[in-house]
Design a binder for this molecule. Sequence first.
Ligand code: NDP
Length: 480
Amino acid sequence: MAEKTLTTTSGAPIADNQNSLTAGPRGPVLLQDHQLIEKLAHFNRERVPERVVHAKGSAAYGTLTITHDISQYTKAKCLMGMGKKTEVLLRFSTVAGERGAADAERDVRGFAVKFYTEEGNWDIVGNNTPVFFIRDPSKFSDFIHTQKRDPKTNLRSNTAMWDFWSLSPESLHQITILFSDRGLPQNYRSINGYGSHTYSLINENNERVWVKFHFKSKQGIKCWLNSEAGDVVADDRESAQRDLFNAIENGEFPQWRFCIQTMTETQAAQYKHNPFDLTKVWSHKDFPLQDVGILELNRNPENYFAEVEQAAFAPSNIVPGIDFSPDKVLQARIFAYADAQRYRIGTNYGLLHVNCPRHASSNNYQRDGSMRFDDNAKGAVNYEPNTCQGPHQDQNYQEPALRLQGDAARYDHRDGNDDYSQAGDLFRLMSADQQQQLFTNIAGAMTGVPEEIVERQLEHFAKADSAYAKGVAEKLKLLA
Ligand code: NDP
């Protein structure tokens, strides 16, 4: 292949890319050296703001293959037809660490999937945990502040974490997962993924069922002890990125079983828990997992910045046959994620190759905005309704009405809510060794926390299971 001539951004050939333009061999540099100025100025602008949460991530492309018929639940084309294949991008991440943070840290892992379907892009922006720390979205920024750096010391603060958690008992279920063996995964291939929120599926007859999405790792769950992770980080801060990238380069394609749980609207009205509460699971015994397909990752991105850093996931990206639920946190994320991308990448982030629909066309009346780098729909009509054959709505895609009831008020989400039984169930299904790990991990993370906060948290553990509180208390005495 013939070598290309180096050019400026505007395409003019560059004669010398080694020496700045100077007055005499010793300088100074002339302001006229626009090539130098362009290099310096562009370099200064190479970073976009990192994500406030989930900043450190890794991603790969792959395929969802449908293996089971669920057409009784949904008309989503990507979920219908045995053997149906849909291209996906899956981005994994840690939550609290900045972009340079180490991978092998105890933290929840993000599990965000973009399905490039023929009816538009569908995103499941989930985690490796089926629940979350909060159930009211107004607590999200407060919670994240406790995971980030103290405003004065610029250090992570155990006290802030446990102060907040001990005053927020709805966090106990997720705390129990975070400090269990599964809170420190060895790599991204060996974690499960969960949509976490309740969504809805809508079939051809416009009937709705509520649904939870699960991705079960076929590689099995693999975790580090805290002490092992210390050695991993000392040796390799990018352990999960390296593992994922190398596995795919070597043809070891990781796979997940894609499963759902479904619940009818009648069952939802009668279930013992609020089925839209993000701090609770639907028991498998009550709502068994149903297989849908296999998700496989089989292609690494060619360029990290273009395809991973600029990848924009948003729960608001849904397709016909899939819809939302009243989950309050989901409702907030429907707004917040697309808004974060508009801030982080820019108004026209959806036009970037990684984010635009690949197997459907995007037809709308949005125009202009910063960095509108396509043809801006040329001379096409830019208002609707019109008599110019512009794109128009299609009533066939109307979702079924959702009956809502209740007086508008700020309801106390802790009032009468059971924050303890599911955390206790998880504790009781752990082996003795896993329980010991849980005690050790929690006691270690309570280092330096004032006694009154520890006492308040121990009361929550005791309400889940007395052995839970006893085990942590014993480890704390040993550490004291
Ligand atoms: P099941 O016995 O049917 O399921 C237990 C689930 O717990 C399995 O999915 C298992 O995952 C998972 N699990 C095991 N150890 C851990 C851990 N340390 N951290 C997170 N998950 C773990 O029981 P139920 O469905 O009745 O649920 C009982 C408890 O299990 C719940 O209170 C909840 O804490 C936990 N759980 C439930 C899930 C659900 O959707 N029902 C999902 C995940 C956890 P695996 O099969 O991969 O080993």
